[in-house]
Structures are given as C-alpha cells and as structure tokens.
Design a protein around this ligand. Structure first.
Ligand code: SAM
Length: 297
C-alpha cells in the first residue's frame, strides 16, 4: 500500500493518526511482503496481528495463512477494514484493545485465540505485527507468558525496544525484559527500518525483530517463573550494584526475597558481580535456589 493509498483510506475512515495509539502506518509494500516472508507462517499456525490499521499487512498475511486474527482498537479503522475483508473467510477481525490492563491480555482476544486453536489442523500460534510503540513491551511480555502454543513472533517495533529485548549481559540496554524474554524465546533483529516508510513519520528508527520459542522443556516451570519474574524486576532496580548489595535492598522491598542473600552463596554465585553482568541462566539458578531455601524453612 503506497503513501497515497494509506492517506486515501484514512480519509475515507475519517481517521487522523493518533500518536497515543502508535498510528504510524506502513507505506512500503516491499517491507510488508518482507515482514510476511520473514515470519514464514506455517500451514498449521494461527496468526495473530495486533493493530490492523488500514489492513496492508492483514491483506498480505491473508494470502499466506489458513487462519488470521487481527485486532484493532480504533473504531474508524475497524469499520473500514471490516468492509475490505467482509468476504474473506481467512480473516477474523476483532474490535478491541489487545490489553485489558498492562499485565493482562484482553480476554476477548484470548478467547478468540483459544477458540481458533481448537480448530482442526491448527497447532500453533504466531504473532506477526507492526506493533503500536506504546504497548510493545507489555504486549510481548503478556504474549510470551500467555501459553505454550506460541511458536514465535515477527514484529516491527521501535529499534531501541528491539535492542532491549535481545541485548546481552553487561550492555546498557540489558534489563529485566531481556532476562525474562530469554527464558522463553531466542531473539534476533532481522532488519533495520527507516522512519520514512511510515505515515506519519515517527521520530525514531524501527526494526524487525524475530522471536522463536525455545523448547518447552527448556522453559521455566510456572512456579520458577513466578519467583524469577519479581526477583529480576526488583534486582534490576539496583542494576549497577553488586549482587550482594542488591539482594539486601531487594529483601527490604519484598518479603519473598528475604533469603536472596543466602541463596547467592548457596548456589555459589559471585556476589561481587554487578546485577547487570549476570547471565539470564544465572538469574534462573538463583530463583531456583531461593525456592529451595523457602521450601526448607
Ligand atoms: N498494521 C498497520 C500497518 O502496518 O500499517 C498499522 C500499524 S500501526 C503501527 C498500529 C495500529 O495498532 C494502529 O492501527 C492502532 O490504531 C492500533 N492499536 C494501537 N493500540 C492498540 C491496542 N491497544 N489494541 C489494538 N490495536 C491497537
């Protein structure tokens, strides 16, 4: 869809792009094709698109997949695309906010996913989207935690956010999100995307990020993750401090982390290392030891 076509459709829908909704529409047909090709959805996969917009990516995906759910919050755009896809049986459009809260996906969306996943021949879920910037992190985290059926995500997002998701220990962009994501997914940045390909142009650069789910047996159990998640978040509040120091601060913030200091020596981690230098696997070992100590007391 060219810039003029996008502008034309927005005019028809009487939509003036809203920054708060991350409405930067892709006007590069080649990028849309590349995004769909990068994602490489399989015949047994249900695809979830977040942010239908003017339907440029939706149309490309509908040619390639068996079943597609596309969610759009904006009523003007939803009406517009409902008309465009009214005869397309592949596409299920949903008019909703994909998030119920920052920490929860909208049940309207998850119910639709669950229903579609019951259908014959559908065995996995893949997310392919040009995501609204403001909700990138909560959406990725919520989807990742949502279920074992997620096989992967190919998402066009702000470059800085993409770097945060895949960054390594010891770098500036390494944070709690990088550690949590590494428990479920392997990520890599596939391409950089200049701001010129969007209407309106965002101030920042974008990137296509690919996230592929790791094997189920390598993922943390629900119990381990329930301890790991808050522990990592609290520790990263003191990212420049040593693990020993940060653990004492963490214990004061959260009684569940009271034995963290003890856990560090019990699992033979070096307490003089800075939080930001700890590997994702080491956080995991630490969380497992913390559970051990809690269970014994
Ligand atoms: N897919 C289109 C494209 O590639 O041009 C539009 C992408 S645009 C970056 C993001 C879209 O997400 C907008 O259409 C916006 O209205 C929609 N959106 C923003 N916040 C949303 C939310 N919380 N739930 C669902 N859709 C949302």
């Amino acid at each position: 869809m060219s810039r003029n076509e996008v502008k034309d459709l927005l005019g028809q829908a009487r939509v003036t792009p809203k920054k708060s909704l991350g409405q930067n529409f892709c006007c590069d047909p080649q990028l849309i094709v590349a995004l769909a090709r990068d994602a490489d959805p399989q015949p047994d996969e249900l695809v979830l698109e977040i942010g239908t917009g003017t339907g440029a990516l939706t149309r490309e995906l509908s040619k390639r997949v068996k079943r597609l759910i596309s969610v759009e919050i904006d009523s003007g755009l939803y009406k517009l695309v409902s008309e465009i896809f009214k005869d397309d049986d592949t596409v299920r459009l949903i008019h909703a906010d994909v998030l119920k809260t920052k920490n929860k996906l909208n049940p309207v969306v998850t119910d639709a996913i669950d229903e579609e996943m019951q259908k014959e021949g559908i065995n996995g879920l893949r997310v392919i989207a040009n995501l609204p910037y403001a909700i990138t992190t909560p959406v990725v985290i919520q989807l990742m935690e949502y279920g074992a059926k997620i096989r992967g995500m190919t998402i066009l997002i702000q470059k800085e956010a993409a770097e945060r998701f895949v960054s390594r220990s010891g770098t500036k962009s390494y944070g709690s999100v990088s550690v949590l994501l590494a428990q479920w997914m392997r990520g890599r940045i596939l391409r950089s995307v200049p701001s010129e390909v969007f209407f309106p142009r965002p101030k920042v650069q974008s990137a296509v990020l690919s996230l592929e789910a790791i094997e189920p047996e390598e993922r943390p159990s629900p119990e381990l993750y329930a301890t790991l998640r808050p522990m990592v978040r609290v520790l990263f509040n003191s990212r420049r401090k040593t693990l020993n120091k940060a653990s004492k601060i963490a214990a004061k913030c959260d009684p569940n982390l009271a034995k963290l200091h003890e856990a560090i020596s019990a699992c033979e981690l070096d307490g003089s290392v800075r939080v930001e230098d700890l590997e994702p696997d080491e956080f995991r070992v630490l969380a497992a030891e913390l559970i051990n100590l809690r269970d014994r007391s």
